[in-house]
Design a protein around this ligand. Structure first.
Ligand SMILES: [Zn+2]
Length: 172
């Protein structure tokens, strides 16, 4: 999706560019308060990342919830603000996180239409239905994002799914 096409798609949600300190900041970002599903907090993301999120919700989350639970997701639970000026934890090269460019989002769970919340922290190795659903949505995200990190990646991701459109291609 081209940059101008993406901005037209989200014409009501555009966010002003931000030049943050230490190289943080973003251009061509949008702020979504909901799309296919409601969000627990607004998602501030570069346009392409926001578009990937919406397509993942439409093409992966919704069908997976219907398949595994026979109902829709009512709200996606964000683990933390999607934009954060910080470095990647535990790396010596002190590279900035994709969060520092509004190019990433962290998801800690899904509240279903019946009110139950499925969390990554409890569900990843929990009841079979939750395990299958969470693996469906993790695996499906790899089609839309460059990097998809789950509890299978490391302990820093034991309680959330990280998605980004950075340089590194990972699906774990
Ligand atoms: Zn993250």
């Amino acid at each position: 999706m081209s940059r101008s096409h993406c901005r037209r798609w989200f014409s009501d949600e555009r966010a002003a560019d931000l030049s943050g300190e230490s190289g943080c900041g973003y251009q061509n970002a949008v702020e979504l308060t909901q799309s296919v599903h409601a969000y627990s907090a607004p998602v501030m993301a570069r346009c392409a990342s926001a578009a990937a999120l919406v397509m993942w919700e439409r093409d992966v989350v919704r069908p997976a919830a219907r398949r595994r639970y026979g109902q829709d997701v009512a709200r996606i639970e964000l683990a933390a603000p999607s934009y954060q000026c910080r470095r990647i934890a535990g790396r010596r090269d002190r590279r900035l996180s994709e969060h520092a460019h509004a190019n990433a989002m962290d998801i800690k769970g899904f509240t279903l239409a019946d009110g139950r919340t499925v969390t990554v922290a409890d569900g990843w190795r929990g009841a079979q239905r939750d395990r299958l659903f969470l693996h469906d949505v993790r695996d499906g995200a790899c089609t839309y994002f460059q990097a998809v990190l789950s509890p299978d990646y490391n302990r820093d991701h034991r309680d959330h799914l990280h998605f980004d459109l950075g340089r590194d291609h990972m699906c774990r």
